[in-house]
Design a protein around this ligand. Structure first.
Ligand SMILES: CC(C)(COP(=O)(O)OP(=O)(O)OC[C@H]1O[C@@H](n2cnc3c(N)ncnc32)[C@H](O)[C@@H]1OP(=O)(O)O)[C@@H](O)C(=O)NCCC(=O)NCCS
Length: 252
């Protein structure tokens, strides 16, 4: 069982990421949480220290025990035609495991299926990198409009000169409803419009017909083959490289 301070820290972190506390707002005073039965002063203090270590809050010493939110936490939420893209939270671990723990999905990705601990670590890394200012990636959970459960993810890694690398996956039970197309379109539009990118590329396995159909539908151009680009499923595999440039993007 997790220690009491860890449970409190996780709960507060989830509330912060969910937007229950706006950037700049104060978290409750330690003595108020103690009075509310959240644990001893040491428990609450340890929880706040953990939030500080995650970069979610900064403590303002002049104000005693009051803790303030770190301003760079700027959650992204994008609404597409069929999906919503939002930041990950620690509660998403089971949904994420259903995606990256499924061989049907990972056989097309550049890594082997992950277990629960690895899914939790993936989420943790994503949340940590989302605190960077500026961000080096936009890695978002995909949900349906009417249900906050995670059915996939979409990511643009920022590398090079105004350039980004697009990736996505959808839970196998949800394939074939246009969710990946909507997620890729929404995130690519955001990257051109809001991040000012010039070029977005996607490296796709030559046999991944569904993924190739998606980028072609979005107007990406085939550039060529990256030989032995990834080592996956025990062997080297080529990728086909596709890209779209800002002035070619017609979905803004
Ligand atoms: C690729 C993937 C994201 C597609 O997700 P999805 O939500 O089912 O995709 P969509 O429903 O938006 O669209 C898929 C498109 O591919 C087409 N398609 C699906 N399976 C296909 C197949 N076997 N052959 C050819 N086209 C196929 C669909 O018809 C659709 O095109 P359309 O809109 O013109 O009809 C999903 O299969 C997945 O997660 N795969 C494993 C991970 C992966 O490959 N990620 C991409 C790595 S580059």
């Amino acid at each position: 069982m997790a220690p009491k301070w860890r449970e409190l820290a996780d709960r507060l972190a989830a509330q912060i990421r969910h937007g229950d506390f706006a950037p700049g707002q104060h978290l409750p005073r330690i003595r108020d949480l103690v009075a509310a039965g959240e644990g001893s002063k040491a428990t609450v203090h340890a929880a706040y220290k953990a939030l500080e270590a995650q970069g979610l809050v900064t403590s303002s010493r002049g104000h005693g025990t009051i803790v303030r939110l770190h301003s760079p936490v700027r959650p992204i939420r994008l609404v597409g035609k069929r999906v919503v893209l939002r930041e990950f939270t620690y509660e998403d671990v089971d949904d994420v495991l259903a995606i990256i723990g499924d061989d049907k999905v990972t056989t097309w990705l550049s890594f082997d299926s992950r277990d629960r601990a690895q899914a939790a670590a993936m989420i943790e890394g994503t949340i940590e990198r989302a605190q960077l200012e500026p961000r080096n990636e936009i890695y978002l959970a995909v949900t349906k409009h009417d249900d906050d459960r995670v059915i996939g993810f979409a990511r643009i890694g920022l590398a090079g000169v105004q350039a980004g690398k697009l990736g996505y996956a959808i839970a196998a039970t949800e394939w074939g409803h246009g969710y990946a197309t909507s997620a890729a379109r929404t995130l690519t539009s955001y990257a051109f419009k809001e991040l000012g990118l010039h070029r977005i590329s996607a490296a796709i396995g030559p046999d991944n017909a569904a993924s190739i159909a998606i980028v072609q539908q979005l107007g990406f151009t085939r550039e060529g083959v990256l030989r032995d680009h990834v080592f996956t499923n025990g062997a080297w595999r080529d990728s086909v490289l596709f890209s779209v440039l800002a002035h070619e993007w017609r979905h803004l």
